[in-house]
Design a protein around this ligand. Sequence first.
Ligand SMILES: [Zn+2]
Length: 482
Amino acid sequence: MILKLQCYDLDVVYIPGKDMFIADTLSHAKFKSQEKDEELDKTLNSLSEDLRVHCNFLVKSINVTDKQLEKIKIMSYVKNKWPHHKCQVDDVAKVYFNFQTDLHVIDNILFKNNSIVIPKSMQGEMLSKMHEGHCGISASKNLVRGIIFWPSMNADIENFIRDCQTCLKYSNNNSKQPLHPHNIPNLPWEKVGTDLFHFDSKTYLIVVDYFSQFVEIALLNNSSNSQSVIIHLKSIFARHGIAKQIFSDNGPPFNSAQFKSFCDDWGIEHKTSSPRYPQSNGLVERTIGTIKNMLKKSGSDIYLALLNFGNTPKSDGISSPAKLLMSRNLRGVLPMSKNNLNPKNVSIYKEREKMVVRQGKMKYFHDRNARPLSRIKTGDRVVFKHKPKSDLWVPATVVQELVPNRSYRIRTPEGVVYERNRVHLKKVEQGSGQQMVVPPSEPPEQQSVAQPLGMSTPVSSGRPRRQVIIPTKFKDYELYTP
Ligand SMILES: [Zn+2]
């Protein structure tokens, strides 16, 4: 350079680059043809051999010849020049307009950065291939990121996997639902819960008061039919009075005509819980667990254990079930003074206040790890757990909402009707995933085979970019867009 400048008489003055506007701007401008060639060379050099093989496979499998590819508008845009405005772009290629700078054609394959752009006719097949191991949505997106691309790929992956019958069949349990506790009754023995339970080859009837939590059990002598249950309930009601409301599951014998008739005759309102979801009859289920433990540990005399249970005060300063129900301690095997056996009035109002506080605390701790499930409508496709402890989910359709977002009546494809709690149902998204498995044949003109290059740069997620309008004063330059 010094030799070349010897023929000139120059004064060299230092000027910072920021003050040399014209020279600085021109130094960034490149000849269009030169840049294209450099990009192509760089891409071709970095394209690995196996990718080339795969590209060739794609082209062969969709049976698109070079001549047909030329007809595809997007290929034409990428190879030549995109219109300045999106409205001037052919409809087929509009969706690619916002990331036109990422698109390149190599060996008649369209790339977006270094991801092969998959034609619509092959997208269903690609979804099936990427989901062969039945990985989750995130894993599937990670698997194909930077490898293949089409504009709605992420949404299609989500729909496809949400609709995958195999994934649904083996999917995880629903998360815990927030607690919906029963209202605490205003009076003792106003509302009772009842159920049957089995222990040591025997069947018992249990009745629990929702206010005092006083428990009655009755051995059913191997007969759990309606008549036997009704007789024992009558006996219990004869001792404590007739409950205003009785809560049970809706299985036998509580769903029988005799039981309904009994409730009607005795002026009892009968309410039922979701089948196979014992949490909705939580007090009774918890009490059954307690009683079974007593039966295991107490040997032959369960009734003495029950007596102690009735005399034991609850936590949070709440009086014992016996005091809440009968205003007195019951004489047991422990020595008890006459004073302690004297009936004493219990303030039902204050006791109820303490119960409300305790219930609030229980809900708070339970709900910390709970999440409400979305509501399901009649006609929605679902999968349900035929047996709560099974890992398998079975397809069905919702035919009736029994309790809003808690209990539903559903019908299987075989026509069998079940009732299930919301926690044992999963809504099946009405996605198009399964339909994409068998792609429709399309004319080559509508295929968007494409392509890109930049091997070193991971492909973007396909999110549309803001359209950048270049000022007209720069129309003669091809500007660098980061
Ligand atoms: Zn799957």
